[in-house]
Design a binder for this molecule. Structure first.
Ligand SMILES: C[S@@+](CC[C@H](N)C(=O)[O-])C[C@H]1O[C@@H](n2cnc3c(N)ncnc32)[C@H](O)[C@@H]1O
Length: 326
């Protein structure tokens, strides 16, 4: 696959074989009633796309619905869709498009992605997040459990030594199952050692037991290192992937999304060599990340400038199959 295609995604989607795609990520116009324009580089070239809907929300929803129906068709039964939107139309999109086409029972998550830091506003709260709806084509959808790094708050509960971050855990538990003296210590009344004598000795020999001043073990002194612990399971609130205005990843395309966001989505929903499709590819973030992660990919956009930017980004990471026409 691995192709950038110029055109309205509706027409292009119709040419794609049914049940051939593992993941669709789409970041369509949001019904913002704005034109997005930026002046690009030293040449002053204008790059833009329109998000204006003269027929109002009904027009927008029927326009998008027609395209999402085709996306549903091309997804494999194990596939899934991530639809990126914001407050302008998210309520309509969930109820009138995704629930209708994919079915309420195939709703998986409403991901809240914090896209920017605080916004000052005198008459309402700052709007700092986008919504990403995650739906499966069927209950057989594939999902890879992801973990995230520990937050500063979580790390604060850990101490550090030359081996890394650790937390001290209790060596005893309630009950009387394992009451014996170990290195001059009893577990306590109605308490039991949580491990066998043999295991306690292994911990001791491995230097995993903190000691009291008198040299005896501490009952709450079992060192558990962070690097031996799985990260925190990924939740649906993503506050750690803001693309700062000064980030070197920015190429000047309005509405460009961070690579880290697409990386997370692609890793959640696909395996290597699976097929990733972005029908509104813009500056190419999805296909760049799919390429880096060894997935097959297809990017569609009706704007030639978008495909040129995507092509440049792909070239920078070694994609050689460039069509002269772009
Ligand atoms: C919000 S931007 C996508 C940004 C992208 N996710 C990124 O990281 O750069 C939406 C894109 O959809 C394109 N677009 C709008 N209507 C389209 C259509 N009918 N078919 C294909 N592309 C379309 C626009 O040209 C624009 O590049």
């Amino acid at each position: 696959m691995n192709e950038l295609i110029l055109g309205d995604c509706l027409e292009v989607l119709k040419t794609i074989e049914a049940e051939s795609v593992d993941l669709v990520y789409l970041d369509p116009p949001f019904f913002s009633n704005r034109n997005y324009e930026v002046i690009w580089g030293d040449s002053g070239e204008m790059r833009s796309f329109q998000d204006r809907w003269s027929g109002g929300i009904d027009h927008y929803i029927s326009w998008l619905k027609e395209r999402v129906m085709e996306m549903h068709r091309v997804l494999k039964p194990t596939g899934s869709i991530f639809l990126h939107c914001d407050w302008h139309a998210n309520a309509y999109i969930r109820v009138y498009i995704l629930d209708k086409i994919f079915g309420e029972r195939h709703f998986l998550n409403e991901i809240v992605w914090k896209r920017t830091t605080a916004h000052g506003n005198s008459k309402r709260l700052g709007r700092v997040y986008d919504t990403i709806f995650y739906y499966a084509k069927s209950t057989a959808h594939q999902y890879r459990n992801l973990t995230t790094d520990f937050s500063e708050q979580q790390l604060a509960r850990y101490k550090q030594d030359e081996q890394g971050y650790y937390r001290a855990e209790n060596l005893t538990s309630p009950g009387k199952a394992r009451q014996f003296e170990w290195r001059g210590l009893w577990p306590g009344e109605n308490r039991s050692w949580a491990y066998s004598l043999q295991q306690l000795e292994i911990f001791y020999e491995q230097g995993l037991i903190l000691l009291q001043k008198d040299g005896r073990p501490r009952k709450d002194g079992l060192k558990k290192y962070l690097h031996d612990t799985a990260g925190a399971a990924l939740q649906d609130l993503w506050t750690d992937l803001v693309l700062a205005p000064t980030n070197g990843e920015r190429i000047g395309y309005p509405t460009q999304k961070p690579e880290s966001l697409l990386k997370r989505i692609i890793l959640c929903a696909t395996d290597e060599s699976n097929v990733v499709l972005d029908p509104f590819v813009g500056s190419g973030t999805t296909v760049v990340m799919a390429h880096k992660l060894n997935r097959s990919w297809l990017g569609i956009d009706q704007a030639e400038t978008a495909l040129k930017v995507s092509q440049q980004r792909l070239q920078q990471i070694g994609w050689a199959n460039i069509k002269e026409a772009l």
